[in-house]
Design a protein around this ligand. Sequence first.
Ligand SMILES: Nc1ncnc2c1ncn2[C@@H]1O[C@H](COP(=O)(O)OP(=O)(O)OP(=O)(O)O)[C@@H](O)[C@H]1O
Ligand SMILES: [Mg+2]
Length: 228
Amino acid sequence: MENKVFIELQQAMLRYRTGKVALSGVNLTIEKGQFVYLIGESGAGKSTLLRMIYGGIRPTSGQMLVQGVDMRQAKEKQIRLLRQRTGVVFQDHKLLFSRTVFENVALPLRVQGWKSDRLVARVGKVLDFVELKDRLWAYPEALSGGEQQRIAIARAMIATPPVILADEPTGNLDNETAFRVLNLLLALNKMGATVITATHDLQFLDSHPGRVLRLHEGSLAEDSHADK
Ligand SMILES: Nc1ncnc2c1ncn2[C@@H]1O[C@H](COP(=O)(O)OP(=O)(O)OP(=O)(O)O)[C@@H](O)[C@H]1O
Ligand SMILES: [Mg+2]
């Protein structure tokens, strides 16, 4: 039977090189297909947890499995394979300003060896989804912040990854644009993707329901699914 668990953490701890313990004693299971909000004060550990799921940093102690891969022991190649199945909207994965929207969005598929003729059709389809098809040949600097964010989502979803990780995808956006961005993430979830998003925008928790995990000073302080 296919494994339904996406990630599993047991007593996971993360200490940065500076000595800062950003997460500790985290016990958590996230099943495939869930829509999860990571909330909590600035410095609570939200971005740290997302980076750990992406394999950017490894747990210092405890256990962490991502799609069955032990993230403390994993070889670089295993991490690379996980990443190919993960779309990210992270602050440090900004759009390349020297490339067109098309090239930015096509990047994950180029890595997989797709050739240009198929690419144009696929990129067009995804840009249609984020309602920016007319900007295919624009450069990112000619787009508003919200449009750039939607392009980042288009890039995250282009390879139809089963997992989407987003770190403050609605940060710095006006309400209406933030709604659109969140609607896109929710639509991807409805199509089957596991979505984990860090946010400060608590207003969405009512309009866009999901599992809420609250981190506080590096610990899991609240889990809306704890009783289920
Ligand atoms: N690369 C790093 N090296 C050392 N300490 C770090 C590093 N990144 C984050 N930290 C520290 O780890 C803690 C958790 O940071 P993290 O970025 O995960 O918080 P966050 O919940 O995402 O906060 P925010 O809402 O401000 O984005 C903070 O105390 C932060 O200063
Ligand atoms: Mg953060």
